[in-house]
Design a protein around this ligand. Sequence first.
Ligand SMILES: Cc1cc2nc3c(=O)[nH]c(=O)nc-3n(C[C@H](O)[C@H](O)[C@H](O)COP(=O)(O)OP(=O)(O)OC[C@H]3O[C@@H](n4cnc5c(N)ncnc54)[C@H](O)[C@@H]3O)c2cc1C
Ligand code: FES
Length: 285
Amino acid sequence: MLPPPEAGAILPAMPIHDLSLVLRQLRHLSSQQFILELEGAEIAAECSPGQFVMTTVGGEGNPLLRRPMAIHRVLRDENGHATGFSLLVEVVGRGTAMLQQRQPGDVLNVLGPLGTSFRMPEPGTPAAEHLLVMGGVGSAPFPLLAEGLLREGHSVRAFIGARTADLLLCLEDYEDLGVAVEISTDDGTRGRHGLVTEILEHYLKEREEGPAVLYACGPLPMMRAVDAVAKRADLPLQVSFEAPMACGLGACLSCVIKLRDGDGWSYQRVCQEGPVFDSREVVWE
Ligand SMILES: Cc1cc2nc3c(=O)[nH]c(=O)nc-3n(C[C@H](O)[C@H](O)[C@H](O)COP(=O)(O)OP(=O)(O)OC[C@H]3O[C@@H](n4cnc5c(N)ncnc54)[C@H](O)[C@@H]3O)c2cc1C
Ligand code: FES
C-alpha cells in the first residue's frame, strides 16, 4: 500500500493500493468488449461507485503507462465478503487490445481505488428516482452505483444507449438487480431507434412529478446532451469523465477539464478532483 501523502502533496489523502493482482477470468462479450475479473479484496472492499483503477495492460512494463478503468462490479464470496472486482473494457487502441489478450493466471499491476465517487443521497433525504444514463462503455461504473442505491432503498432506472444491439452493455447486471431498463440503439436494432438522450427526455416528460437525480457517463457529446436535458428539466446531474490519463495520481496534468471558478473557470484534474463532477460546475464546450 502506498503511504498516506505528506502535507501539501498532490496525492489523495486516502490510502491507495498498488497491487499485483491475478486475473481470475476474462469473458468476451463481443469482438471488442470484455470483462476482466481480478483478485484484489483490498480495492474491492474500499472502493465506492464511480471510482477507478490504473492497470497495466501488457507484461514487463510494456507499455509503460497504465490505463484507467472504472470499477464495474465488486466480486463477493458466498458470505458476502469482497474478494475481487471486475472491469468492463472496450478495445479502442493498443493498450486495450493487449488487455484483451491476457489469460487467466496472468498478473496485472493495479493502482486504486482512485478518484471521486458518485455522491450518494444523504440518509433521510426524501425519496427520489435515480436515473442512470449511459452510452457505450460508459456503462461500466453503473451496476455498482445501482447496487448501492438499491441497497439504500432508492428507486433506480437505467437508460442504455449503443451503436447497435450487439454492443449493448450491462443488461444482465440490471436484470439480476431488478432495475428497469430503457434502451436505444443508433441503428434501431433494439429499443428505440435514436439516441439515449431521446429516451431519457421522453421518459422525463411522461413520468409523474417528483424529485429525480441524473447520473451520466459516456462519450462527451452524449454527456453534453444529457447536461442540456437536465438543465431543461431542472434536475441535478452527476457526470463521470473519461479523459486520457498518464499518471492517475494528480501529477502530470494530462487529464484536466475546465470547471467554473467564480466568474471564470479553472482547470481541474479528472483523476483527482473527478472523475465524477456536478454537471453545473463543468464548462461544456
Ligand atoms: C476514469 C476513467 C475510467 C475509465 N473507465 C473505462 C472503462 O471502464 N472501460 C473502458 O473500456 N474504458 C474506460 N476508460 C477509457 C480507457 O482508459 C481508454 O479507452 C484506454 O486508456 C485507451 O487505451 P488504449 O491504449 O487502448 O488506446 P490508445 O491507443 O491510447 O488510444 C486509442 C483512442 O482512444 C482514445 N483514448 C485514449 N484514452 C482515452 C480515455 N481515457 N478516454 C477516452 N478516449 C481515450 C485516444 O484519443 C485514441 O483516439 C476510462 C477512462 C477514465 C479516465
Ligand atoms: S492523469 Fe496525471 S494528473 Fe490526472
